[in-house]
Every structure is written in C-alpha cells, then in structure tokens.
Design a binder for this molecule. Sequence first.
Ligand code: PEP
Ligand code: MN
Length: 371
Amino acid sequence: MKTENITTKEPGMAISPIREWQVYKQRPLVIAGPCSAESEEQIFGTAAELAASGRVDLFRAGIWKPRSRPDTFEGIGTIGLRWLRQVKEKYGLPVAVEVATEKHVYEALKHGIDAVWIGARTTVNPFAVQEIAAALRGADVMVFVKNPVNPDLELWIGAIERISKAGISRIAAIHRGFSSWEKSAFRNHPRWQIPVELRQRIPDLPLICDPSHMGGDRLYIEDLSQKAMDLAYDGLMIESHIDPDNALSDKQQQLRPAELEGILSRLVLRSSTSSDREFLDTMDDLRRQIDIYDELLLDILENRMAVAETIGKYKKEHNITILQSDRWKEVVNKAVTKGTKRGLTPEFIHTILEAIHQESITRQMKVMKEE
Ligand code: PEP
Ligand code: MN
C-alpha cells in the first residue's frame, strides 16, 4: 500500500508525512525491541510485553550486528528474520532490522520485514549506502537512516538522498549521537545542533531520537527522550529486552518493557504552536527583543573586527607577529571570570571567543598580505 499526500520540498525528495505511515499510532512514534535477536524465547517474550503496552509502533531487533571487535556476538543471522515474521503475525507488530549490505536487504525483503534501518557505521560509507539504496528500489518499506558516527551533516543528508532517490518515501532520520574523543558521560555525544540543522535543511523529514545508543546507559534514556520531545522530534527508537542483564549486546542500555512503558507514560508532550492570542503576543514581544540584541551583537562584532584590522596594520608596520598568545590568554581569562559572574558558562565563553579570535586572525592575515 502506498502512502498518499506526498510533499516535495527539497529537489528530488518526496517524503511521506509520518502521521500517514500506516504504523503511526500517536506522537512519538515508538520503535522498540532488543539490540539483538538472541533466541526465540527472548524475541517472543520481549515482543509479547511490548505489544501488550499498546504503545509500540515498530518492533526492532538486530540480526546482523556491526561489532567493534571480532569474537563478540555478531548476531543470530537469517533465522532471526523468521522469528520477526512470527512476531508480526502473532502480535500484529510491524518489524524492523538493520541492514548493512545488499544481501541483508534482499533477505529482509524476502521475509516480509516492514522497515529497515541503516546503522551509524554504514551511513559513513557512500558505497555501502548506494548499494543498499539500489537493493531497496521499488520496495514498499520504511527506511530509517541513522546519523554517521562522525559529526558530518552532509554525509547524513547524502545517505538520506540516496535512499530517497531509490523511490523510498517513508523515510526518516535517526539521531543516535556522534562518537568523540572528548570525555563525556554519554556513549555518543548528542551534538543537538546537527539534527536541528538537518530539520532546517529538510523540514519534512521525520526525526527520531535513539537515546539508547546516545546515552549508552539506561539511566539517561528518560532525560534524553524528554529533550528530544522538547526539540519537536517525531519519534524514539529505544532498546528493550525481556532480561537486559543477560543480553548478548548493549546490556547496559536496554530497558525492560515495563520500564520503557513507564518512561513513555511520563513524557511531557508540548505542542509546536498555539492559537492563544496572549501567548502569541507575548512571544512576538520577546522575539522582537531577541532581534534587537542580535542586531546589537552584529554592530559590536563589526566594530570589534574593525579594531582588529587596525591592530593588524599597526603590527605590520612594526613587524610584529599576529598571534600574541599571552595577550590572548589574558583576554580569555578575563572574559571567563566576568562572564561566569553574569551566569555564562566557561564553555560558552570559550566557544564564542575562539570564533571571534579566529576571525580576527583571518582578518589580520589578510592585512599582512596586502601590498
Ligand atoms: C543498533 O541500533 O543496534 C546499532 C547498532 O546502532 P548504531 O548504528 O546507532 O550504533
Ligand atoms: Mn544496540
């Protein structure tokens, strides 16, 4: 069955609204199930409870697992597809698996799988994504594209485009965070600004958050899910296992079905708009204030850069280097001390000042090169 009412905003992107996907029950769309299919008991036990919750739109289970190290559990393989087909028949839950090669796609389609997702380690590889896209051509399945492991929005959009060009209209992005050398409590750094930018670029594309792989620990799932809802995400992909402590992969981040149900029932869902006159007037007023401050910021930056250029000319005349590390350290320290007193975090001040410093250096380099 094909979905009606397809809208096209990006050239070449025909995206079907998520509310019209046959599986959609209510916001958020929920994809839940174990990290990996392990045994019939585990799959049917988990599916039975998730189906009984009435809150799950799609049942997930990985059967080919991309593991960092060999000799760990690499998935149950094709037999898992038969179990998933039985989940669909027995509990009426549409089913989803991860695909990483064209062979995976053909196997999944042959077994009547309803949805596939492309994992973070696959999205990074345009050859693999293209091969998957070619195998999906003409198939009536939902396709979820996870962000690549590295924070590269173009690569993510490129993968989505490849799938879209293969004629898939029920397509969505999954934000699961980005791997990073920076120390963080999370397994994968969220970098929320990247999916926010994706939303700006492709407004019709449904956006799903995967707090399981982002947090890496069940402790963080509720907060991350709420944050995603507050950022107007359309859905959640959450790992759920009947017996997480004995899971063969990702045991730390899987929730029992009852715990998942609890989290879903506590989510606060805010609407993206309101027709309340007073609310709209107050928002207009506050936004006007923001616009004025943004204007002021631009004026200040323009003036600051003009001074930086003058300094550049002066340094050139006196044959002095552009970079003055001690002076810069002093500037940053002073700003951090003053800014912290005003309630600005040191990270924020560092980010802003680094951008300003970089621009000043670029300007002064230009000045140095001038005849
Ligand atoms: C998964 O969903 O089980 C998985 C492997 O995720 P990711 O690609 O986000 O690491
Ligand atoms: Mn997993």
